[in-house]
Design a binder for this molecule. Structure first.
Ligand code: PNS
Length: 163
């Protein structure tokens, strides 16, 4: 029984993230999507909102759970009895960063493996940051995030702007 943790900020969750979650659920017995609760980082959505949004898109998967975590990722894996960190790789630009994180986590815990899943090429340009920017400037994010979240994301942007 292999449990994988897919960590991230998910601010907001994108179709690229969703693809990695779905593929992880096929590869591993149990997948925990772990939302970083980072009080220092300015996020568009609160951690509770991000958890609810992810739950909305993967709630129908029996082997995917959605949780938040604080502190070191390897400590969260230990508490959850998890074996693997799974991350998505969109291209070479992600590689150095992921390699550095994998090596750091390897130093912190010898029991944990990092597995990188290659993003579906149709999602390779999607990031939470560019989605926030498009929404901010009134652009169209259809096809970049799950359809069920579109209204919520636009509503949050209007609320943040006081419109
Ligand atoms: O989606 P992100 O913001 O690139 O995710 C980064 C994340 C959450 C994977 C990373 O920041 C993380 O693991 N934070 C927890 C702190 C930690 O364990 N740091 C040491 C490993 S780099």
């Amino acid at each position: 029984m292999i449990t994988a943790v897919y960590p991230g900020s998910f601010d907001p969750v994108t179709n690229g993230h969703l693809d990695i979650m779905q593929r992880s659920a096929r590869v591993f017995d149990r997948v925990i999507v772990a939302v970083l609760n980072n009080i220092d980082k300015r996020c568009m959505f609160t951690v509770e909102e991000r958890l609810a949004m992810i739950q909305k898109v993967v709630g129908n998967y029996d082997n995917i759970e959605v949780k938040s975590f604080e502190g070191l990722l390897v400590d969260f894996l230990e508490v959850e009895g998890a074996d693997v960190i799974v991350k998505g790789l969109r291209g070479v630009a992600d590689f150095d960063y992921e390699m550095q994180m994998a090596h750091t986590n390897m130093k912190l815990s010898q029991d944990i493996e990092t597995v990188l899943l290659m993003t579906d090429p149709c999602n390779s340009y999607i990031s939470s940051s560019n989605i926030k920017q498009i929404v901010h400037f009134g652009g169209d994010i259809r096809g970049l995030v799950p359809d069920v979240l579109l209204d919520e994301i636009y509503a949050k942007e209007r609320k943040n702007r006081g419109i």
